[in-house]
Design a binder for this molecule. Structure first.
Ligand SMILES: CC(C)(COP(=O)(O)OP(=O)(O)OC[C@H]1O[C@@H](n2cnc3c(N)ncnc32)[C@H](O)[C@@H]1OP(=O)(O)O)[C@@H](O)C(=O)NCCC(=O)NCCS
Length: 164
């Protein structure tokens, strides 16, 4: 059973770890193993980490007792001309989340999601969005944290949480 974890704000130096977490998010399906170089060279996934950290980026890193990163949740302001899967409009940040496999189902994801949404609220955002592929249990976590589906696409849903 893994030991306790802590959560801290992300910094510019966390870019490579966020890249690893994008790979975890893209490979959520059991058995999926799309390699990092393939995912990160395509803009679909690299837009979530390229040029980290921009002034409008924010994120949190979960660490194990030794200070090693075990999960991350962050948001970016993507543009209408280069939108993410979960883009719903100007001024609405889109979040991404991933936890290292051995640390899943221990409360890390929920803790990161709560910290990130609190931060977005404090920053004055009215909403935060995400995209989740249909069948990913993560949508149950999102629903229990107040997200609702606003748009059903091809095999994936866009979900939004109102922050005020
Ligand atoms: C989705 C993810 C971020 C959730 O983080 P986590 O640390 O595993 O989640 P938590 O432990 O905080 O659990 C949150 C809820 O999901 C449930 N859950 C966790 N793992 C589960 C699983 N394998 N199947 C079904 N439910 C599960 C938990 O029971 C928990 O609910 P509870 O608090 O009522 O018990 C993480 O599992 C992950 O990185 N998955 C792969 C990448 C991914 O899918 N990213 C999101 C893409 S949209």
């Amino acid at each position: 059973m893994p030991a306790s974890f802590s959560v801290r704000p992300a910094t510019q130096a966390d870019g490579a770890f966020l890249g690893d977490m994008v790979v975890e998010a893209a490979n959520w399906r059991p058995g999926a193993a799309r390699p990092k170089h393939e995912l990160i060279t395509g803009s679909d996934h690299s837009r979530y980490v390229s040029g980290w950290m921009q002034p409008s980026d924010a994120g949190f890193i979960a660490e194990d007792a030794n200070g090693a990163p075990i999960g991350a949740a962050w948001y970016r302001m993507l543009s209408r001309t280069d939108p993410g899967f979960g883009y719903i409009g100007t001024g609405v940040p889109e979040l991404i989340i991933g936890v290292r496999p051995i640390w899943r189902a221990h409360g890390v994801g929920r803790a990161l999601l709560q910290r990130l949404c609190d931060n977005a609220r404090t920053q004055g955002f009215a909403r935060i969005s995400l995209s989740v592929e249909r069948g990913n249990f993560a949508s149950t976590l999102y629903r229990s944290e107040g997200f609702a589906v606003v748009e059903a696409g091809h095999g994936r849903d866009t979900m939004v949480k109102r922050l005020r």
